[in-house]
Design a binder for this molecule. Structure first.
Ligand SMILES: Cc1ncc(C[n+]2csc(CCOP(=O)(O)OP(=O)(O)O)c2C)c(N)n1
Ligand SMILES: [Mg+2]
Length: 824
């Protein structure tokens, strides 16, 4: 417990200084002769072969992009091809000692890494396993295309499979490694340990930290390597990833069987350029990238600069660093220098560098230089090297012919109903445990013995007593408790489930939802993260796509911007970009505040609902909070789980009998009718439900308007049937939430209702949201959020004039025009 880590003023006020240890730079100094003592000749020739295959593959892509043909094969490729010509030695050297349990994550420039890692895996796997991999991968779709004219051994077939599968993916064909849904910048192949490559610069950093976390928490074999570019070293998520990866708690607070650093190498492929900007000397101040490790932790992340123009220097570094990781002393930072002769993309004119610089690096070309060394050391002769180039050319041409052929390699037909993307955007599974054969690690053997569960036993599960009398909220199970009940139950069911975020452990979660969990769970299942929203979300993505289930919390919805890329580009996309291979069992709790002013009170449901690939729910009652949390934590899709801070203490007042003690699921997408009525439908999202009900009281009592109230509960997915049924009856609908009106998801709902029920409507669906202002402080909030009077004003002005009613605030059409003109 951190409480035992006393912060002693005597210690921290003492005078002293920090000593740094020297950071090794290109210290490798072995000759081929030395290397022959630990590597066979065949292995060294294979290193050359793999560099040659990658070079040939990328030369082919360059030709296709620039000239539309390669060795007589004509093709126009409209998509990207960010080539790494010149960087092959770094990729091949890295892959040399890696096995399939070692997972690499990469960037937009990763063709070389995919091929190098896979070629290394093919070499290490036996024929039977290789055949199984190919036969099982998407039902052998890719295999069927390459095996027709296969010659030679199973390993040759596997290489054909790899080259064709990668190229077919780059060309967007359904037989590609990810069914053509990833493409050049995102392609990957998990069976060989090649994990997602990311077109967002630095995007792989925090994701790979999460992958390493998964391995650590669940004691899985292998290490994780994050391959990112030198220019990504400035990215916020990279820094957040570094901070998360080096948290002291791994080595100091986790229980003994889980203690130790993450099995992770953050490897910067340092080619000295971003697109055109130069990190060293221009856009950064580190001088030598490896220096970054020195600032991160006392181990300096075992940082080192490695010569990526010598494959054996890189292989040597990976072997040495793996020892460090296996001793629990990771993570490691590598600065692997390399250079690309190719442009950032084929259209790049290289206006930012001198031709002489490129030529100088070509003088050191590893594909040529390493071959010479091999010949010099009598490992092979020139003809062996020549044959490798010839072999690679034939291999690539063969794959290319197949990949460009639309009859042999069709694209997925996305025009038809129930097409590939419709099927893979969500995995839509319901799985109790991601590892049913393993027992969850817990500190209290049975849930019932949990002190909070025990204390909740004395509370009423409903807002009302036996006689229907309303009880004090403090005597009832509230939303906060209901969420807790679902979560703790899941922790006792799914051993892979972990929860983390800021102040999640001893504090009890930002709003005490987790109080009682700390006692029940060891550190590795519930922990405080650094204040690093991007890394919280990004690591969760990595954890989930490795096969674990993860629950994260962002204290306030307003902090979502800090995790923007991870939510809007990562967690929502990898299921589809994998071609349906990966699942993303990830639940992100986000609370919507009030009372705290402009930066702590926003409802950003619209941002999340806008992004394809996320599921978005917002319970307003304890019954729903518990049932929806169950569904979320049994599902296999990323869920943004909105909660309202206004409602944490609210008891169950709608469902008879209150919140069930046992497990139950509230299915996503089904709105709940909270009150039936005949004259007007009011649909709400989140906490606005209760203010709507107050307004309804007045509308019914004073004006005799019978209202039907629908609580959306879920936004994505959403079944409109109940709403259109209701509108058919009432012919009018008002939609309300606490989100700012402009761009609110309610407008999407209103327009859909218009489309679906235009003929049944007597008035347009009208949206009532918060004002398009900053949220003012608590004392003025009633001018901002929709209150009962605003509901009634809106009904009177736009839907159904109320006899004798005068609006409290002007919400007329001319007022709407004025506000819009002024952007308020
Ligand atoms: C977040 C983000 N910003 C900008 C870009 C555009 N972009 C693509 S590659 C690149 C340079 C990346 O340089 P580095 O990380 O060193 O990788 P390299 O291209 O050298 O392999 C930029 C700026 C992007 N894809 N993502
Ligand atoms: Mg770079």
């Amino acid at each position: 417990m951190p409480k035992c880590q006393v912060v002693n003023p005597e210690d921290v006020r003492k005078s002293s200084r920090i000593e740094f240890t020297p950071i090794p730079i290109n210290q490798y100094n072995k000759s081929i002769k030395d290397e022959l003592k630990r590597n066979s000749k065949e292995d060294l020739i294979r290193i050359q072969r793999d560099m040659v295959i990658i070079r040939t593959f990328e030369n082919m892509l360059n030709e296709i992009k620039l000239r539309g043909s390669y060795m007589g094969v004509e093709y126009t490729h409209k998509g990207p091809a960010h080539l790494s010509i010149g960087q092959e030695a770094a990729a091949v050297g890295q892959a040399y000692h890696l096995g399939i349990d070692d997972h690499i994550f990469g960037s937009h420039r990763s063709h070389g890494e995919i091929l190098a890692k896979s070629l290394s895996a093919i070499e290490k796997l036996d024929d039977k396993t290789l055949m199984q991999v190919m036969e099982n991968y998407f039902d052998g779709q890719c295999l069927k295309i390459v095996e027709k004219d296969a010659e030679g051994a199973v390993k040759d077939l596997a290489i054909d499979f790899l080259i064709y599968g990668t190229l077919a993916e780059i060309f967007g064909r359904e037989a590609g490694l990810n069914k053509g849904m990833g493409g050049s910048m995102h392609a990957f192949f998990p069976p060989f340990g090649v994990y997602p490559n990311n077109a967002i610069v630095g995007g792989s950093c925090d994701i790979s930290v999460g992958a390493a976390l998964f391995k650590k928490v669940n004691k899985k074999p292998g290490i994780v390597i994050s391959n990112i570019g030198d220019a990504s070293s400035s990215c916020g998520p990279v820094w957040e990833g570094l901070c998360f990866a080096t948290m002291d708690q791994f080595k100091k607070l986790w229980d003994e069987s889980h203690r130790g650093g993450l099995p992770l190498i953050i490897n910067f492929y340092n080619n000295f350029y971003g697109m055109g900007g130069q990190p060293k000397g221009e856009t950064m101040g580190f001088g030598i990238l490896a220096r970054l490790g020195a600032g991160i932790n006392p181990e300096q992340m075992h940082a080192e600069r490695v010569d990526g123009y010598n494959p054996l220097a890189v292989a040597d570094a990976i072997a040495r660093k793996r020892d460090i990781l296996e001793n629990g002393d990771g993570p490691v930072l590598l600065d692997t220098i390399t250079y690309r002769y190719s442009g950032h993309s084929p259209s790049d004119q290289s206006s930012y560098r001198e031709k002489s610089e490129i030529e100088a690096w070509q003088e050191h070309d590893p594909a040529v230089h390493f071959a010479k060394e091999l010949v010099k050391a009598n490992v092979c002769d020139d003809s062996t090297i020549d044959k490798l180039w010839q072999y690679a050319k034939e291999l690539v041409v063969k794959a290319c012919k197949k990949a460009v052929d639309l009859t042999l390699s069709p694209r997925a037909d996305l025009m038809k109903q129930n097409n590939l993307l419709e099927q893979i955007m969500y995995s839509n599974q319901n799985i109790d445990s991601m590892e049913p054969d393993r027992k969850p690690d817990v500190l209290i053997p049975a849930v019932e013995e949990n002190p909070r569960i025990k204390s909740l036993a004395s509370r009423s599960r409903s807002a009302f007593d036996k006689n229907g009398q309303r009880l004090k909220d403090t005597r009832c199970i509230g939303v906060r408790d209901a969420i807790f009940e679902a979560i703790i139950d899941r922790f006792y069911t799914d051993p892979t489930l972990v929860a983390y975020g800021e102040e999640n452990r001893d504090w009890g979660g930002a709003f005490a939802v987790y109080r009682g969990l700390t006692e029940a769970l060891p550190y590795h299942r519930l922990f405080n993260s650094p204040i690093a929203e991007a890394a919280i979300a990004g690591t969760a993505v990595g954890y989930a796509l490795e096969g674990g289930r993860v629950l994260i919390e962002l204290m306030y919805c307003d902090f979502l911007g800090r995790a923007g890329d991870e939510v809007f580009n990562q967690m929502c996309k990898w299921q589809s970009m994998s071609g349906g291979l990966l699942k993303m069992p990830l639940v992100m709790r986000v609370s919507v505040g009030s009372k705290y002013g402009a930066q702590h009170s926003q409802d950003w449901t619209a941002l999340c609902t806008h992004i394809p690939g996320l599921k978005v729910v917002f319970p307003a009652t304890p019954y729903d909070a518990k049932g929806l949390m169950y569904s979320a934590l049994k599902g296999t899709d990323p869920v943004i789980f909105f909660e309202s801070q206004r409602l944490y203490g609210y008891p169950e007042e709608f469902v008879q009998g209150g919140v069930p003690k046992d497990a139950y699921e509230v299915p996503f997408g089904e709105p709940a009718i909270r009150k039936e009525g005949t004259d007007l439908t009011i649909l709400t999202i989140g906490a606005a439900l209760y203010r709507a009900l107050d307004a309804v009281k007045e509308l019914e009592e004073k004006y005799g308007i019978s209202c039907e109230v629908i609580d959306a509960r879920s936004m994505v997915p959403f079944n409109y049937d109940k709403v259109t049924e209701s509108v058919k009856k009432t012919r009018k609908i008002l939609l309300a939430s606490d989100a700012c009106e402009r761009g609110s998801f309610l407008h999407t709902m209103a327009s859909t209702i218009n489309t679906l029920a235009f003929d049944e409507l007597d008035a347009p669906p009208v949206v009532l949201g918060a004002r398009n202002w900053i949220t003012p402080s608590d004392e003025m909030e009633d001018a901002f959020f929709p209150y009962p009077a605003d509901f009634i004003d809106t009904v009177h002005e736009h839907i159904l004039p109320l006899k004798g009613y005068k609006t409290k605030r002007d919400c007329s059409c001319s007022e709407l025009i004025r506000r819009n003109r002024l952007a308020i």
